[in-house]
Ligand binder design. Sequence first.
Ligand code: SF4
Ligand code: SF4
Length: 378
Amino acid sequence: MASQVYFWNLRASMKAPYDVRIRRLLARTGFAEHIEGGELAAVKIHFGERGVTSHVQPLMVRPILEELARAGAQPFLTDASTLYVGQRGEAVSHAMQAARHGYDPLLLGAPVIIADGLKGASQVALPVPGGRHFTQAYLAADIAEADLLVSVNHLKGHELAGFGGALKNIGMGAASKQGKMLQHVTTGPKVDIAACKGCGACVNICSARALTLVETLEGGLDGKKHVLLDLAACRGCGACFLACKNGGLTIDWQTDVAGFLERMMEYAAALLLSRLRPSLHVTFVTGVTPDCDCMGFSDAPICPDIGVLASLDPVAIDQAGIDLVSQAEPLWPSHLPQGLKAGQNKFLALRPQLPPALGLDYAEALGLGSRKYELVPV
Ligand code: SF4
Ligand code: SF4
């Protein structure tokens, strides 16, 4: 059966500016009817790594928080620690990064709570119903224990998952450090010795100590420093791909990326299917960059701003977001391959090695929702 995905195309007026439009959009989902009063509502968001500008901005989130509060819930903004060091690797730096990007409780009426504790160890194990890879998943405790869950998502490309939307924000984003590690376990970097400049940036960021600098003694590159990978020590966190600006480390696409997507969907299933009440998903299809908001920069968008989506079905909202981006005119200059036409899948064009359904077929099979949807303009 097709799920409803509500869509605002960004048109606004004096009578109906942004906050009015967002309220109308949320009202159509019927989510407020599931709020009885006093519930703690986790609003899962990505605050954006330092240097990123295309993440969801605080003023865009405020009407969502106000609507939740008006319906009687007590919303809090939340995310969990990353595997890599960066600015979101533990709760203090993470909360400071949220503050730097304007997530101010006094402005928004909701605090920022990093959901997996000070150092990422606060987690809850939840069963994975029907999982191929896991029987249980490790989720950030404060998100798992919240009475209500709202995902606020920025749709964009992603260097490993292909795209980031609701299911990635939940499946990977709400996982504890251990959960993130278990999802990444078969992925790892590939070293390109010729491209490596021996700067050591990746060595410093690798908490697993899987990278060292060595001198090359062969191939006419004698004495050149380059990085050496100890694959047995690698946790597949991906931090080194982000740290290397020289192409010295890339994702090893020979690894099991389809399996990675399945593991991520199993984490989303563990969290979402454990909940007694439906969860709400709100996706901003704006500033659609080729890479994720962890990258430390926002590259040129691959299509014009499209709109905001809201749904109770995370599979349908992700499928609708991908389809809208695919149908949009491509934008250049951008990272998109030249010659791409409107109608072609931009996320697959950026990363053709990915499975065509980008994991959504497996999400559907797990019972997370439907890839069939009705786009309802609001
Ligand atoms: S792989 Fe990249 S980040 Fe690591 S040492 Fe080489 S150039 Fe520096
Ligand atoms: S080498 Fe492995 S563990 Fe170290 S940063 Fe890279 S992906 Fe993470």
